[in-house]
Write a protein that binds this ligand. Structure first.
Ligand SMILES: Cc1cc2nc3c(=O)[nH]c(=O)nc-3n(C[C@H](O)[C@H](O)[C@H](O)COP(=O)(O)OP(=O)(O)OC[C@H]3O[C@@H](n4cnc5c(N)ncnc54)[C@H](O)[C@@H]3O)c2cc1C
Length: 437
């Protein structure tokens, strides 16, 4: 059986980027498996007109290799969209365009196997045995790899009281397939505080008047706060900030994650204003069929099948008051969480874990006890902070992973990109808080 140099599990943007960057590397034979039949980027949220939150340079390859044939500019040239993009003068591609770009790359990059769900990983001698089920035939295939790169992404997350609700309640990840139905139910409530919540709310608000339904927005956050995207803050999405953050004690990192929520879990300022402008325009014709509630936690949702409505239990933190509201449908834009896939169970002993049962991720994104055998993509926010989910840092991480796998510099990796120094980097240290791990 062929022993691949690496087997990538999951082909989202990050492992697709790894496949594109490893394709021209002679010593790397990579195989990538995904349970979906084809590349598909958050189809439930490809709302018309929405854009990426990062510039087009955050494509799969450019930050590692600007000459790569798999770049966004190469895609625009090949599809005759380069001049319109040039004239549009907006660095942020439409989300639907980014999805189309990734599909274009996926059609050209070698080593991708679609419709394969990885169900079990074992270790045998010096190779990983990856068992994947062919989603069409149901048959199980076994693939061998010296290394694994886990790019399974994050999973939609629901707070406990809002899980397994009967009736029309969906996570935002499933919004678009249910949009038409939602618009017929008379009253929808969007729950959540981030970009997705705002996008779904605005998309529903735009038609509320015309189609005659009500849409409310409830968020636990004290206000609809904008994501902080000022340039010096953006420098925190950098190799040196990841290094600094990685070097902190775990408890300090976890506290920082809570403090830094507004850096990447807020709403883009333009979108907040677009929501207001839509409220203002709709208000010209009379009362806007909506309510916006901040600082409110939804602590429960009881479905009344007879009346076909939910009774929401609400708690307003600042006034410490509780109350109820009814609605006929729910869109739960409550975020996504990294997860440890069950298929890793047979090789748990080869993986390093932190005191909270999470991957203990090394700076080079490896998580295995031997070092440099198993790598993770977008599962290291708790160690590397902001770079983990950021498309703009995908090519950087893939360069680090490929350099680690090849034991040489396949792609140059910037050590310093920021003008700021994080922690006391560059200073003479008189005392330290001890080892990070
Ligand atoms: C709506 C939305 C918009 C976003 N917009 C931006 C943005 O503009 N800028 C930005 O920087 N970030 C953005 N993000 C964050 C992040 O970049 C994306 O979530 C990105 O898709 C993460 O890529 P990924 O490769 O980690 O995982 P995913 O895209 O989640 O892909 C994971 C893949 O793994 C596969 N998989 C999982 N388990 C298995 C298995 N057992 N066997 C086989 N295959 C498996 C899945 O089928 C899936 O295809 C956005 C996130 C969301 C939800």
């Amino acid at each position: 059986m062929t022993v691949h140099d690496l087997v990538g599990v999951g082909i989202g943007p990050f492992n697709l980027g790894l496949a594109a960057l490893s394709a021209p590397v002679p010593e790397v034979d990579g195989l990538f498996l995904d349970e979906h039949e084809e590349f598909s980027w958050h189809p439930g949220m490809l709302i018309e007109g929405t854009t990426l939150q990062v510039p087009f340079l955050a494509d799969l390859v450019t930050m590692a290799d600007p000459t790569s044939p798999y770049s966004y500019l190469a895609y625009l040239k090949a599809t005759g969209r380069l001049y319109p993009f040039y004239i549009r003068e907006d660095f942020h591609p439409l989300r639907a365009e980014y999805d189309a770009y990734c599909r274009w790359v996926a059609e050209r990059v070698p080593g991708l196997r679609w419709g394969r769900r990885v169900e079990r990983v074992e270790h045998d001698g010096d190779v990983y045995r990856v068992s994947a089920r062919d989603m069409r035939t149901g048959e199980v295939e076994v693939h061998l790899g010296r290394r694994l790169v886990l790019g399974v992404g994050t999973a939609p997350w629901l707070p406990e009281p809002l899980r397994d609700l009967p009736g029309p309640a969906w996570h935002a990840a499933e919004y678009l397939p249910h949009k038409e139905e939602l618009q017929t139910l008379g009253h929808v409530t969007v729950v959540g505080s981030g970009q997705s919540a705002a996008e779904v709310y605005l998309d529903l608000l735009t038609d509320a008047d015309r189609l005659g339904y009500r849409v409310d927005w409830v968020t636990r956050s004290p206000r609809f706060f904008p994501m902080e995207v000022t340039k010096l803050t953006l420098e925190m999405t950098s190799p040196e900030y990841a290094r600094y953050h990685h070097g902190l004690p775990m408890a300090r990192r976890d506290a920082l994650a809570r403090e830094q929520r507004h850096l990447y879990k807020g709403i883009s300022g333009d979108l907040v204003d677009a929501v207001y402008d839509t409220l203002y325009r709709t208000g010209r014709r009379g009362e806007v069929p909506t309510a916006l509630l901040t600082g409110v936690d939804v602590s429960g949702a009881e479905w009344d099948a007879g009346r076909r409505e939910y009774s929401l239990r609400l708690h307003h933190a600042e006034s410490d008051r509780t109350g109820t509201r009814t609605t006929r449908a729910l869109v739960l834009a409550t975020g996504y969480r990294a997860r440890v896939p069950e298929f890793l169970e047979p090789v748990r002993d080869r993986i390093r874990w932190d005191a909270r049962g999470r991957y203990d991720v090394a700076l080079d994104h490896s998580v295995d006890v031997a070092g440099r055998e198993v790598f993770v993509q977008n599962a290291e926010e708790h160690t590397h902070s902001l770079i983990a989910p950021d498309l703009g840092m995908g090519a950087y991480r893939n360069s680090v992973i490929l350099n680690a796998i090849c034991g040489r510099e396949v792609y140059p990796v910037e050590e310093h990109i920021a003008y700021q120094e994080f922690g006391l980097a560059g200073s003479e240290i008189l005392s330290s808080v001890g080892a990070a791990r």
